[in-house]
Ligand binder design. Structure first.
Ligand SMILES: *Cc1c(COP(=O)(O)O)cnc(C)c1O
Length: 360
């Protein structure tokens, strides 16, 4: 631990150190961390009032991870284990955030990172991250599902580690988020609402809650509630979607790799997986930013769109605790704001013109 600050400084050292006893780490694992995790759980006043019935809504703001999404929780473990196993190259297919995270952690570890992205379909913030961290980025003329198929085939044949959520260490790392929620609330929430794309994250959260209960850290389990985008809702519709479409690019996935475990999370917890439209996502995206002060990317807003959709149907009994996962930061996809909100109005450089506009 020679590169760590002295113990007296109490610096937080990432999810592996914090939850080591629940993770498949050995003395030989080199820990590659950017101090991911430890994200805030924010009480949402406006949303709690909107849901009504004295329900408490909390937002787990995963956009505050080092590369701006929850993917860092799994990447710290996937990269650490890849190094332990002697790999010096990693590969992923990505709708954006996995590539940003993989590129950053590979840079920290000093290994090669190759990224396959669907051409023209990832948000500019995410692409910028993969590029600046020095990954080799290839834009596949196909969608995410095509890219993932290629990544699986190549990593099966060559000494390159796959770091998509099919890599079990990704799931192991990501389950730390449910530990944090329980540690902060003192129990599991009654409901957890989150977006579902490739379905690794819902799998990870459910695994985390179940393990925490087995370990006696909590006595209850939440109902797991997932939301897909209407144009990319294979789990809701019960069949793969050939050409998934949604402006929430992080969940634009037609054939989720963790489909079965997502169904298990839903059914074991007596929860549900439903869908929301792009219009509902954009409404929730704007509301979250303008009423709660939190800027999350469109895929994350699917949680909030889903929350409000269920609240309208009186799905939540009074007095329940609901945690919504905000999976990624809004700055990942700045073009979406520009496409959604009116541009600033031009004024002359004089007091009179400004005062006229602001109504004074
Ligand atoms: C990856 C991602 C998702 C989807 O998570 P899955 O594990 O693929 O279901 C949702 N939102 C954001 C911001 C993501 O980066």
């Amino acid at each position: 631990m020679k590169h760590q600050p002295p113990a007296t400084s109490h610096q937080y050292n990432g999810v592996i150190e914090r939850y080591r006893k629940y993770l498949p780490i050995t003395e030989k694992t080199p820990i590659i961390t950017l101090k991911e995790g430890n994200t805030p759980l924010i009480y949402a006043e406006f949303l709690s009032k909107s849901v009504g019935g004295n329900c408490e809504v909390y937002l787990k703001y995963e956009g505050l991870n080092p590369t701006g999404s929850f993917k860092d929780r799994g990447m710290t473990l996937a990269i650490s284990k890849a190094l332990e196993e002697g790999f010096n190259a990693i590969m992923c297919a990505s709708t954006g955030n996995t590539s940003a995270s993989a590129a950053a952690y590979a840079a920290k570890a000093g290994i090669k990172c190759i990224v396959l992205i669907p051409a023209g379909a990832i948000a500019s913030g995410k692409l910028s991250q993969a590029l600046i961290h020095g990954a080799q980025v290839l834009a596949v003329e196909g969608n995410f599902d095509d890219s993932l198929k290629l990544a699986i085939e190549i990593t099966g044949k060559y000494p390159i580690r796959l770091v998509n959520s099919l890599n079990p260490f990704r799931i192991e790392g990501q389950k730390s988020a449910s530990f944090e929620i329980c540690d902060l609330l003192g129990s599991a929430p009654d409901f957890q609402v989150m977006p579902v794309g490739n379905a690794g994250n819902i799998t990870a959260y459910w695994k985390g809650y179940k393990e925490y209960k087995e370990e006696g850290e909590i006595n209850n389990l939440p109902k797991m509630i997932g939301f897909q985008a209407e144009g990319a809702a294979p789990i809701v519709k019960g069949h793969p979607i050939e050409n998934p479409q949604t402006l929430a690019t992080a969940i634009r996935i037609g054939n989720p790799a963790s489909w079965k475990t997502a169904l298990a999370a839903r059914d074991e917890s007596a929860g549900l997986i439903d869908m929301v439209s792009d219009d509902e996502i954009i409404e929730a995206y704007k509301l979250l930013a303008s009423k709660e002060g939190i800027f999350a990317e469109p895929a994350s807003a699917a949680s909030i769109a889903g929350l409000l959709k269920l609240a309208k149907k009186n799905y939540f009994e009074p007095g329940k605790k609901i945690v919504c996962i905000l999976t990624g930061h809004g700055l990942k996809d700045p073009d979406r704001v520009i496409a959604t909100i009116n541009k600033p109005k031009k004024v002359k450089p004089e007091i009179k013109s400004v005062l006229k506009e602001i109504g004074y």
